[in-house]
Design a protein around this ligand. Structure first.
Ligand code: ATP
Ligand code: MG
Length: 446
């Protein structure tokens, strides 16, 4: 993409009403524009990152054997009356009436809709296990939408639902989700720690929230600092291997890590030596849940169990806050100049800065780099504006591309360009061909 042909409405002023850094930077970098309270348009740069996050979520869900689909945003109230949640859900649910006076709602989540699909088509244990998921917009009429995309009213969520014949099988689905989530967040350059969370009215131990530690997080968390040393890395996983998935769950959840709702000061003190006890704030970027037959029973989602009986299926639901993740990644990765995108989600792989726009030698070198990178399958952003070097650098730093190639007349004389890391600020002088090679190596590693 050439910047002169792109739509990147960068703001010079710091928006006064944005309280946290990720919100400020997303506005300043021209990624989002507020449409109304808690509802945003995704401008081209923000949309690119959102799509990258979606792509990673899809890849990791499909790797785990989960099946993508798409359900609508608007749902009929009748299904929610069957589960009993139409009255329970309260003010957060946006209720709508259509021209025929039918009660509709903008889905805040999809347990009812998916259970209805399941019961219409599946009748036998032989069709299980089954996990279906989608990535779709949700609406929750939050009392205090704030922090930009972090707590929106309309937001994008991946929500997946497992259907299993027994509790034991459903707990394997739970473990599989935990493993796939660890991989997903790491590919986005994030450490998201699974923490024991509140089962709410359903109760039980089978729910974990994934938290990214950040001062601006809305959740209060307590943990053993040893959990921050755990990384999933690129280990091979067989998602059908029950013991292996269980092993990963134990490795990542045995040490103390809880949100304030489940925190127990006594257990914390007896389990964790003082020097490793931490309390901090975190951003909830996902949650997994086993809830048994809570929906299948009232809604009649039954299968024959192969022994002449019929049993309600065991279910769980598993969510990732896709749009919230943009905010969480920026909270975790920025400096005073702007965003620093991890390679996994960056909107463009590399920026090209021409220090002398209009001069034939630098223009030709930039065009060569641009074509060379495109030919290798990369998306460069070429700043071809007739602007001062300082302004070009400031834009690149603000929008946070992890790598920048700077082309100037002095370098061209020596046959070199400058390759700079946004994260470390370190630069190396290399030939244009070597710069393309380096970019290819960097992205191949990931
Ligand atoms: P919270 O406690 O933050 O209100 P939740 O526990 O109600 O969230 P879930 O139902 O677990 O949310 O939804 C799955 C994921 O969707 C959450 O982990 C979070 O990342 C994201 N999410 C939930 N509410 C919002 C929101 N208002 N804006 C953006 N993302 C959200
Ligand atoms: Mg949650």
């Amino acid at each position: 993409m050439r910047l002169t042909r792109y739509f990147l409405p960068v703001l010079k002023e710091t928006p006064a009403d944005a309280q946290i850094v990720s919100h400020r930077l997303m506005l300043r970098a021209g990624m989002i524009k507020q449409a109304s309270a808690g509802i945003y348009s995704w401008l081209p740069l923000g949309y690119r990152v959102l799509r990258n996050i979606e792509r990673i979520v899809h890849e990791e869900q499909e790797r785990a054997g989960h099946i993508p689909m798409l359900m609508p945003t608007l749902q009929s109230a009748d299904l929610w009356r069957e589960s009993g949640r139409y009255d329970d859900y309260g003010e957060e649910m946006l209720r709508i009436r259509d021209r025929h006076d039918r009660d509709m709602l903008y889905g805040p989540t999809n347990e009812e809709l998916i259970t209805d699909i399941f019961r219409s088509h599946v009748t036998s244990y032989k069709d299980l296990p089954l996990t279906l998921y989608h990535i779709q917009w949700k609406f929750r009429d939050e009392i205090r939408p704030r922090f930009g995309v972090m707590r929106g009213r309309e937001f994008l969520m991946k929500d997946g639902y497992n259907f299993d014949v027994s509790k034991e099988a459903a707990l394997h689905a739970y473990n599989r989700h935990l493993v796939s989530y660890l991989r997903t967040y790491e590919r986005m350059g994030l450490q998201a720690i699974p923490m024991r969370a509140d089962g709410g009215p359903i109760g039980g131990d089978y729910t974990h929230e994934f938290l990214v530690l950040a001062e601006t997080g809305e959740s209060e968390v307590f943990y053993d600092s040893a959990v921050t040393d755990l990384t999933f890395g690129d280990r091979e996983i067989d998602y059908d291997d029950v013991a292996q998935c269980q092993g990963v769950l134990e490795e990542f959840t045995t040490r103390y890590a809880r949100t304030d709702e489940t925190h127990d000061e006594g257990v914390f003190h007896s389990q964790v030596p003082e020097e490793r006890r931490r309390s901090a704030r975190g951003i909830e970027v996902g949650q997994i849940f086993y809830f048994g037959t809570k929906y299948s029973e009232p809604m009649g989602a039954m299968v024959d169990d192969g022994q002449g009986g019929r049993v309600p299926v065991h279910m769980g639901s598993h969510g990732i806050g896709v749009s919230r993740l943009l905010g969480a990644i920026i909270e975790a990765s920025h400096d005073d100049k702007g965003i620093i995108w991890p390679e996994g989600v960056t909107p463009f792989h590399v920026g090209i800065v021409n220090l002398r726009q209009g001069e034939s030698a630098t223009d030709a070198a930039c065009e060569g780099l641009y074509a060379g990178l495109k030919a290798r399958g990369f998306d460069p952003l070429y700043d071809d504006r007739d602007e001062r070097a300082g302004a070009k650098f400031a834009t690149m730093d603000l929008i946070g591309l992890p790598w920048r190639i700077t082309v100037g007349p002095r370098g061209i004389e020596k046959g070199v360009v400058e390759l700079t890391s946004r994260r470390t600020g370190e630069s190396e002088e290399v030939s244009a061909e070597a710069a393309v090679e380096r970019i290819a190596e960097i992205y191949d590693d990931r």
